[in-house]
Design a binder for this molecule. Structure first.
Ligand code: SF4
Length: 379
């Protein structure tokens, strides 16, 4: 590395640190955090805004103050505490990781990055965050915000996720971390990436503007280079709200290896997945599908006219709500299917308090209790 490049990196690291000490966000997981606290906060913050995470983080640490407490907990309670944050795989990773740390490392997080990365759910970024924030090691932690600030300041073009461009980014991030106080410089980049150097840059309030490559060359809008987002696929499902005379309805727990595994929902069937004519699949009569799925017990069927849409990372899902009544749900509670490993009954009103459910399920329960039917799909 040339002297001027090294000088630029030194200036960058020093400027970031000075700025961070004055303007860095005060967050509960930044006050002398333990590795456990960094790990929990970083997993919660993936794909989720700070303001949303704050109450979840407080509740989590109150219930699971240590990695041992989390390891001992039942997964259903873990998922229930996570309910509403989305991306439930993260809660599973925390639970499984806590058990590994307790059983294999005596409850102590390994300090070596390579060892940290062996724990389920801890990738390069999270390992770097734990090592720099909790162990004060001078190591890089590169998330999307760090990528954006560095690509713009140093003028790194190309696909930041692969090949030589990735190597250049990591080499530069490691050189910045090696300047010292990596905990501060890493967090400074994260804060700048959500403020002055957000997707739309506000360079007038940025401490790095004096030497920023993108600003100097008019490239703030084109760096980092945009990746083409993957197309969202469209999926139609139907759920069944099957109630018995006391008003309780049937719910089922998804098998742990499936999307939303371990969470409870109204039984669902898939109507169409990337079908060239999804409306046709939705129009087909589906009584026989429910009969097949739920062992052919006598029920009075009705299409409610309600539907709910929900966006997952790569899927736009629309769920039609069917309703039916039966004399007793008891015979169904012993069922096990390819999708569900347990069945239970619950009142629609208390569902979110008694069972771990997803945001989609909350939407479905709300729609099911709404008075006004939504426009009917052709069926
Ligand atoms: S000067 Fe502008 S583009 Fe450069 S790092 Fe700061 S906010 Fe980002």
């Amino acid at each position: 590395m040339s002297d001027s490049a090294q000088d630029n990196i030194q200036w960058y690291a020093q400027t970031l640190r000075d700025w961070f000490l004055k303007h860095g966000r005060k967050l509960p997981w930044r006050e002398a955090p333990t590795p456990y606290e960094v790990w929990v906060s970083e997993l919660m913050l993936q794909q989720t805004q700070v303001v949303t995470v704050l109450p979840y983080y407080a509740r989590w640490l109150e219930r699971f103050p240590t990695v041992e407490a989390l390891a001992r907990a039942d997964i259903s309670e873990v998922l229930q505490l996570w309910a509403g944050l989305g991306y439930y795989r993260r809660a599973r990773f925390l639970h499984e990781g806590a058990q590994i740390i307790t059983q294999q490392f005596g409850g102590n997080f390994p300090t070596d990055i390579k060892e940290l990365k062996k724990i389920r759910g801890i990738g390069s970024y999270t390992a770097g965050a734990i090592a720099s924030f909790a162990f004060h090691q001078n190591t890089a932690a590169i998330d999307g915000n760090v990528e954006r600030v560095m690509a713009r300041f140093f003028g790194i073009s190309g696909d930041l996720s692969r090949g030589k461009t990735r190597q250049a980014l990591e080499a530069t991030a490691n050189a910045v971390a090696a300047c010292g106080h990596a905990s501060d410089t890493n967090q400074a980049m994260m804060d700048l990436g959500t403020s002055a150097c957000a997707k739309i840059a506000h360079c007038e309030s940025c401490p790095l503007s004096q030497r920023c490559f993108a600003l100097k060359h008019g490239l703030t809008e084109s760096l980092p280079e945009k990746k083409t987002p993957p197309q969202k696929s469209q999926e139609f499902r139907a759920c069944l709200i099957l109630t018995e005379p006391d008003g309780n309805c049937l719910i089922a727990r998804r098998r742990s290896d499936l999307l939303l595994g371990g969470l409870w929902e109204f039984p669902m069937i898939t109507l169409s997945k990337d079908s060239p004519d999804p409306e046709a699949a939705v129009r087909l009569p589906r009584h026989h599908l429910w009969d097949a799925a739920l062992s052919n017990i006598p029920q009075h069927w009705k299409y409610s006219g309600h539907q709910v849409s929900h966006i997952f990372t790569h899927i736009k899902m629309t769920v039609l709500i069917d309703t039916a009544h039966c004399e007793s749900l008891a015979p169904l509670l012993k069922l096990q299917t390819e999708t569900y490993d347990a069945f239970d009954t619950a009142s629609l009103k208390d569902l979110a308090d008694t069972h771990a459910i997803s945001t989609l399920m909350k939407k479905l329960a709300r729609a099911a209790t709404a008075r006004q039917p939504q426009p009917k799909l052709p069926i």
